[in-house]
Design a protein around this ligand. Structure first.
Ligand code: SF4
Ligand code: SF4
Length: 179
């Protein structure tokens, strides 16, 4: 290798030294997600009535290629309905160990009840803790199970390790606000 090639190589290295890095020191620095990123599911509600959009039809479970969703429907009590339909999801669970975050459930849902949000930090220790129930995904819940557990332990709010950049995040279209 000649001196010229070495000088050229050093030039490239020096040029890169002064460019903005494309990586971040996660988790100290927050990761930047793109608007179409698909993360942890959110179960949405109807604005105004606050009724759950999910009607327990199980189409999402049928569409899921990973068999990650379990739905058990029940009849609504007309005096105190949970959803606007005849039925609602008494049990709604997603096994995040099976999920491949493909978004097929979101595509299949006739009411727009299940959407994939932006949260991705779900690492945990026990397999049973990866089964997310309705109360872990209903709109308004911030953070994964381990994040909420840690926040409770520390007596602090949940800290999400991402920020949003470049337009409207998908989940905000469904009224989900991240701190
Ligand atoms: S994102 Fe895909 S794999 Fe995950 S629950 Fe939905 S359909 Fe199943
Ligand atoms: S999330 Fe949608 S597709 Fe799944 S059970 Fe509820 S209404 Fe049906």
């Amino acid at each position: 290798m000649g001196v010229l090639e070495i000088a050229k190589g050093m030039g490239v290295t020096l040029g890169k030294l002064f460019q903005k890095p494309v990586t971040v020191s996660y988790p100290e620095q927050r990761a930047t997600l793109q608007p179409r990123f698909r993360g942890r599911h959110i179960l949405t509600r109807h604005p105004g009535t606050n009724l759950e959009k999910c009607i327990g039809c199980s189409l999402c479970a049928a569409a899921c290629p990973a068999y990650a969703i379990y739905v058990e429907a029940a009849e609504n009590d007309p005096a105190a309905p949970v959803s606007p339909g005849e039925r609602y999801a008494k049990v709604y669970e997603i096994n995040m160990l099976r999920c491949i975050f493909c978004g097929m459930c979101e595509e299949a849902c006739p009411t727009g009840a299940v959407v994939l949000g932006n949260e991705f930090e779900m690492a945990d220790y026990r397999s049973r803790d990866f089964v997310y129930a309705k109360e872990d995904m209903l709109v308004g819940v911030t953070g994964s199970i381990p994040q909420r557990r840690e926040a409770t332990r520390l007596g602090k709010p949940v800290r999400l390790g991402f920020q949003l950049d470049g337009g409207q995040p998908r989940a905000e279209l469904e009224g989900v606000k991240y701190p």
